[in-house]
Design a protein around this ligand. Structure first.
Ligand code: AP5
Length: 215
């Protein structure tokens, strides 16, 4: 089962993708996380990726393609894969189709997490991310036990650099321009599942897992 999660910044893709991957026992690919890790490397590629992320823009496709192709070749993908944040444009979707054909797989479902912009903005302004292990919290909705300290590794929590309001606005514009056209593409194929993502984490997951069954 290959499932893609799509939604505007702050819609809860990463939160729901982790729950779904755990429930189904299949691997998860979080494109934002992979790119953020690469952006910390002092290499020409790392610096290029960082320039795009810091401005809230899509990283060029040639950087992403080999990352996805490599994951599709891994043996454990035969049982399925959950993708958070890829594809994010029609061009990426068409490339992804070709890659899936090459490994005799197909995309089974696309989950669109729908959330009003003001709700998403509140989630992003309160998100805190561990500077050491990348774990994600929210000051109000998922607070750490000790303020500003990661429960998992004791690292310091910080606002993700691209969660500053001006970069969030840029990410929202990129979603509307580049990612929203994907919705019609997948709707036409009959594999789009719309989920109201404005409610609490458990409620959203209940709705999602009623539509995406892994048993
Ligand atoms: P990425 O990290 O994927 O950013 P995004 O798509 O903007 O999404 P977010 O991570 O901000 O939000 P989310 O929807 O995952 O929500 P989350 O669960 O974290 O990508 C970052 C950058 O990488 C891009 O801007 C781009 O530059 C680059 N990139 C990535 N993919 C690319 C691609 N395919 N092509 C090119 N470039 C690419 O939740 C957010 C907060 O809300 C958390 O604090 C969480 O605790 C809280 N929360 C979650 N759900 C709920 C809920 N139901 N109720 C209350 N709080 C909630």
């Amino acid at each position: 089962m290959i499932v893609v999660l799509v939604g505007p910044p702050g819609s809860g893709k990463s939160t729901q993708a982790e729950l779904l991957a755990a429930r189904c026992g299949i691997p998860l690919v979080e494109m934002g996380e992979i790119l953020r890790d690469l952006s910390t490397q002092e290499t020409p590629e790392g610096r290029e990726i960082k320039r795009y992320i810091d401005r809230g823009l899509l990283v060029p496709e040639q950087v992403l393609n080999h990352l996805i192709a490599e994951r599709l070749q891994r043996g454990n993908v035969r049982r399925g894969l959950i993708l958070d944040g890829f594809p994010r444009s029609v061009s990426q979707a068409l490339t992804f189709d070709r890659m899936l054909r090459d490994v005799r797989q197909k995309l089974d479902a696309v989950v669109l997490l729908e959330v009003p912009e003001n709700v998403a903005a509140e989630r992003l302004s309160g998100r805190r991310t561990c500077s050491r292990c990348g774990a994600s919290y929210h000051t109000q909705f998922a607070p750490p036990t000790r303020p500003e300290i990661c429960d998992r590794c004791g690292g310091m929590l910080q606002l993700r650099p691209d969660d500053h309001p001006d970069v969030v606005r840029a990410r929202q514009r990129v979603f509307a321009r580049d990612t929203a056209p994907l919705i019609a593409l997948y709707e036409e194929r009959g594999i789009l599942h719309r989920v109201d993502a404005s409610r609490g984490v458990e409620d959203v997951f209940r709705t999602l897992s009623a539509q995406i069954r892994c048993d």
